[in-house]
Design a protein around this ligand. Structure first.
Ligand code: GDP
Length: 329
């Protein structure tokens, strides 16, 4: 295990925008080791006054829709405005194949070398706590490090989108033209969550079908009830390959931010998200404490075996573990 720094070293490093220290702090926050918890908690508390001022953007879409190509070009357009951008990619590393859906480190290579950008893949490889386990905390660390735009990227096939929606200000859905929603594994609920839909790869032979898809989605959106923040979800097209339509997407987000801040929805939404965070934090802490409990660690595999061999019902196993964990406290 990498040696931990002192609390003050993390704080100074992050506040001065040191990316190496930021990465080490994220590793600390993501750590499941009980001995790291107090330090991680102290760090977050100390940094809290320096957080909250970024625009948090969720970006989702199926593998191949063009997320990394888009984020690279979008990110470059942000850094060209002398703004700092962080990209947190939540990689739902497959439990079955142990393979990574998002691919290797070559993604967003150009942006990764930009001094105003920071890219952090967060493999969600563990079953405990699932996806986006410490993403909220990671957002706060990036904000303290001065990142003004924070992108949370997910693959739009699972339930991670609902979780991400709870922690961002703006949710961007990338879609392909010419492939049905079902084919893209996009659920109706995800479309409903989107603050903007963007049809990607609107170039070459794909240009006309992208324009058609745009109109189809616009029509489909009319069928949804008006959103409670009075925002009309726009449908845009872009070509990351030719750098077309990228600025318009940024302008849409800026327009959203301006309108929502003016109406008070921004603030209200962040407060609501904080309450969600409270629940999540309690759930995570209880779960982590439970699995870290020495008695549970000792008994778990035996009980699991009994369930597998049909000697015990899951509910009995759970009850026994829960009771014994209480005795051990
Ligand atoms: P991701 O899996 O969603 O991150 O998708 P990628 O960004 O890796 O893109 C998947 C494929 O689509 C790659 O072969 C890209 O070169 C291609 N692609 C991405 N954006 C565009 C675009 O704007 N136009 C065209 N024609 N191809 C694109």
């Amino acid at each position: 295990m990498q040696k931990r720094l002192l609390l003050q070293e993390y704080i100074d490093g992050i506040l001065s925008g040191n990316r190496v220290i930021l990465s080490r702090a994220i590793t600390l926050i993501e750590s499941r080791l009980p001995q790291d918890k107090a330090l991680a908690q102290d760090l977050l508390e100390q940094l809290l006054p320096h957080t909250g001022q970024s625009i948090r953007i969720g970006i989702t879409g199926v593998p191949g829709v063009g997320k990394s190509t888009f984020i690279e070009v979008f990110g470059k357009s942000i850094t060209a405005q002398n703004k700092k951008i962080a990209v947190l990619a939540i990689d739902p590393t497959s439990q079955i194949t142990k393979g990574s859906i998002m691919g290797d480190k070559t993604r967003m290579e150009e942006l990764a070398h930009d001094p105003l950008a920071y890219i952090r893949p967060s493999p969600a490889g563990s079953t405990l706590g699932g996806v986006a386990n410490k993403t909220r905390e990671t957002i706060l660390l990036c904000e303290a490090a001065g990142y003004q735009i924070i992108i949370i990227e997910t693959v739009g096939v699972g339930q991670s989108e609902t979780v991400v929606k709870e922690m961002v200000d703006f949710f961007l859905l990338l879609m392909l033209a010419g492939a049905g929603d079902e084919l893209q594994g996009i659920k109706r609920g995800i479309i409903e969550m989107a603050d903007a839909i963007v049809i990607t790869k609107a170039d070459g032979d794909n240009l006309q079908s992208s324009k058609n898809a745009r109109l189809e989605y616009l029509n489909a959106l009319h069928l949804y009830p008006a959103s409670h923040n009075n925002w009309q979800t726009p449908v845009l097209t872009c070509s990351a390959l030719n750098n077309i339509g990228i600025i318009e997407i940024w302008e849409t987000i800026e327009n959203y931010v301006q309108k929502m801040q003016l109406s008070g929805f921004w603030e209200q939404n962040r407060k609501k998200q904080n309450v969600e965070w409270l629940y999540t934090f309690i759930r995570q802490t209880l779960e982590e404490d439970f699995y870290n409990n020495p008695v549970v660690k000792d008994k778990f595999s035996g009980i699991k075996e009994s369930i597998l061999s049909g000697k015990m019902l899951p509910i009995q196993g759970a009850k026994e573990l829960l009771e014994r964990s209480k005795d051990a406290n």
